[in-house]
Write a protein that binds this ligand. Sequence first.
Ligand SMILES: [Zn+2]
Length: 140
Amino acid sequence: MNCPECGAPDSLCQTRFDELLVLEFTDAGYGAVHHLTVATYMLQHSSKLTREGWLHERELLREFLIANKPPAFIRKQNKDLVDSGKRKFKIKSRDGLPVINKTIWTKTILDARTENAEVYCEDVTAWARSVLEDVQGLEV
Ligand SMILES: [Zn+2]
């Protein structure tokens, strides 16, 4: 069965996501796009998020890709927000219901090739850009 959220064949996206996180944590070259991988995957799998959490992730992706802010800068800026003790809203979904009703996407996580770090970072960035475009202006 295809993933009901991102449409990946045989729902391979979750396995792939787990594998890529391991790769990113073990090799800094791949880890350079870790912030994009997580935000993009979460945006495509909105059942993992609350509405506020989803909007927050979309804004983050926008700041990374459009405003070109480095992850460290955003982490600092959002420190209070991301610190779950101080955050005013919940990020993780409790009901597991998708925030958005979208199953057709330009790209999925399966489009990221892993031959080397350079190709990987390029592909993850392209995937992130396509997802941001796909959800740009989407009312939730
Ligand atoms: Zn999926």
